[in-house]
Design a protein around this ligand. Structure first.
Ligand code: C2E
Ligand code: CA
Ligand code: CA
Ligand code: CA
Length: 276
């Protein structure tokens, strides 16, 4: 639609109207989904590259939609963010992931994704503190994953939010590292514990290209120099696994090791360990 003078939309655009109605409908559905307990978490193991042991899981939300089946997060997180629903949804995810970790009764790390809007709206540190108290989850077992975009708004306010979270004793991970820009200055400024190497870099390790190997080795060293543990995401084959181990990367996740699993299957895998 073209905007006429005075900010009034002059032309009716049915495609845009439909898209809007769909988003509004989806927002209503999502609100109900929270009330009706239609969200579930799947858990993808994080594996120690040196020992092969599962050291923890990343919680990944899915929507068990009554008619559409299992809806992946990328289809509803954006809507949750734009409507503010991400705040209650994020709280639910945090609570459920911590509850599950405590139920498994082992000292494992549970990683939870936190989106920008969730980070900037409300008092995330207060929410996290309440969830830890409510579930009995030890703070140092919880790891909050945030993308570079959270840190790109390099405001004092965001820094004090990070500091407040750190003060609780939780771990902080930088997700999708290397995909944003200005990825370096804030490594110094923000006290992150974990650096997650984006899948796009891991993908390129299959070709055996020396330049790609140098790039990933450099990211691993960079992380270590700043006192961070490094996690490679999206390992899909043995070549990548072997290369990352040789580079001294600490941990790995990916379909080659295990897909994200429903809680019962994740719990069973925790008992048996990964096949060697
Ligand atoms: P992410 O945090 O980067 O999570 C990794 C995504 O890669 C997950 O997709 C995971 O299933 C997928 N993945 C894992 N291993 C492999 C692999 O070997 N190959 C490939 N191709 N993919 C792999 P998923 O579960 O669909 O989640 C997508 C994104 O949605 C996440 O990206 C995260 O940004 C967001 N998300 C998921 N759960 C939550 C949540 O509870 N809260 C928020 N705010 N965001 C979430
Ligand atoms: Ca993540
Ligand atoms: Ca990622
Ligand atoms: Ca991501």
């Amino acid at each position: 639609a073209k905007e006429a003078g005075g900010g009034v939309y002059a032309a009716y655009d049915p495609a845009m109207h439909n898209a809007l109605m769909q988003r509004l409908g989806m927002a209503d559905d999502l609100r109900l989904a929270l009330e009706r307990d239609e969200l579930v978490l799947h858990y993808q193991p994080t594996v120690d590259l040196a020992s092969g042991e599962i050291i923890g899981f990343e919680a990944l939300v899915r929507w068990q939609h009554p008619t559409r089946g299992m809806v992946p997060p990328l289809e509803f997180i954006g809507i949750a963010e734009s409507t503010g629903l991400i705040v209650p949804l994020g709280r639910w995810v945090l609570t459920e992931a911590c509850r599950q970790a405590v139920e498994w009764g082992r000292p494992l790390k549970m990683a939870v994704n936190v989106s920008v809007r969730q980070f900037e709206a409300g008092d995330l540190a207060a929410t996290v503190a309440a969830v830890l108290a409510e579930t009995g989850m030890p703070a140092d077992q919880l790891c909050l994953e945030m993308t570079e975009s959270v840190l790109l708004t390099d405001t004092d306010e965001n820094l004090s939010r990070i500091v407040a979270l750190k003060a609780l004793g939780v771990m902080l991970a930088m997700d999708d590292f290397g995909t944003g820009y200005s990825s370096l200055a804030y490594l110094r400024r923000f006290p992150m514990d974990v650096l997650k190497i984006d899948r796009s870099f891991v993908d390129r390790l299959t070709t055996g290209d020396a330049g790609d190997e140098t790039l990933v080795t450099t990211i691993v060293r960079l992380g270590h120099r700043f006192g961070m543990r490094t996690v490679a995401e999206g390992i899909e084959d043995e070549t990548q696994l072997t290369a990352l181990r040789a580079m001294g990367c600490d941990y790995a996740q990916g379909y080659f090791l295990s897909r994200p699993l429903p809680s019962a299957a994740a719990g069973a895998l925790l008992e048996t360990g990964l096949p060697t």
